[in-house]
Design a protein around this ligand. Structure first.
Ligand code: MF3
Ligand code: CO
Length: 248
């Protein structure tokens, strides 16, 4: 069942989204060569607690941190640790928090120092692909309209689409129905006003193939080429959508 949020629930999700936007403002200030991913994770945790929220990922199915931090060929779910950011890295920060029982989920991929032009374009085009997808959102549109728009944009820019991981409904649970794939899987599910979904393209510079690492969390590209990720929590409205986690 796909939940339709009440006015009260929507208000709480908007509040959660605003706090998450502020969390990213704080995290962004600390993105620099030499900082460890654990330090970034601590900054995210402290900000969330200070704002009366709960870090949704911490202990979720045993995940050991607040934020998923994935560098270069790491696609998603990288575990924060002693690794330091280096000049030329791209780093995706995927953060989910809950406020009074409602979750907001977003991801930003940051550039560290001097990044090769082609890799900067990967990051930029992953964000653009999200916007191509979200433009399809309105009451009555189908999930596959979003998926197809993202996939077409990615392919038109020479990028491949990760298929193993998908966007999702979100609300009182971090992951709700429906799945929101970044490739057209033919989903004819129609959107209704009051649904809230996380749209999250994960695009690769090389091939779409990925694998799960020995830590049982980190997903990497098979060909070791970089991958970028961009995500927002989105409210479906009668005429379109509202992005609850910001436009940055
Ligand atoms: N933020 C991820 C998503 O978009 C969830 C992270 S999984 C976790 O679905 F286990 F790390 F929490
Ligand atoms: Co998500």
């Amino acid at each position: 069942m796909i939940s339709i949020k009440s006015e009260r629930e929507i208000a709480l999700m908007k509040e959660a989204g605003l706090i998450l936007q502020k969390a990213f403002k704080e995290i962004e200030k600390h993105i620099r060569v030499g900082i460890t991913t654990k330090e970034l994770d601590k900054i995210a945790y402290a900000f969330i607690i200070k704002n009366d929220c709960i870090p949704s990922c911490l202990n979720y199915e045993g995940y050991p941190a607040t934020m998923c931090i994935s560098i270069n060929d790491e696609v998603v779910h990288g575990i924060p640790g002693k690794r330091k950011l280096k000049d030329g890295d791209i780093v995706s920060c995927d953060l989910v928090l809950s406020y009074k029982g409602y979750h907001a989920d977003a991801t930003r991929t940051y550039i560290v120092g001097n990044v090769k032009e082609q890799i900067k374009e990967l990051v930029e085009n992953t964000k653009n692909a999200f916007y191509e997808g979200v433009k399809q959102v309105h009451e009555g549109a189908r999930i596959k309209d979003i998926s197809e728009a993202i996939e077409k944009y990615a392919h038109a820019h020479g990028l491949s689409v990760v298929e193993e991981l998908v966007g999702h409904g979100i609300g009182s649970a971090m992951h709700e129905e429906p799945d929101v794939p970044n490739f057209n899987d033919g989903s004819n599910i129609r959107l209704k006003a009051g649904m809230t979904i996380a749209i999250e393209p994960m695009l690769n510079l090389g091939s779409k193939e990925v694998y799960l690492c020995d830590d049982n969390w980190t997903v990497k590209t098979m060909d070791k080429k970089p991958s970028a990720h961009y995500e927002n929590t989105v409210l479906v409205t009668k005429d379109g959508y509202e992005i609850l986690t910001g436009e940055d």
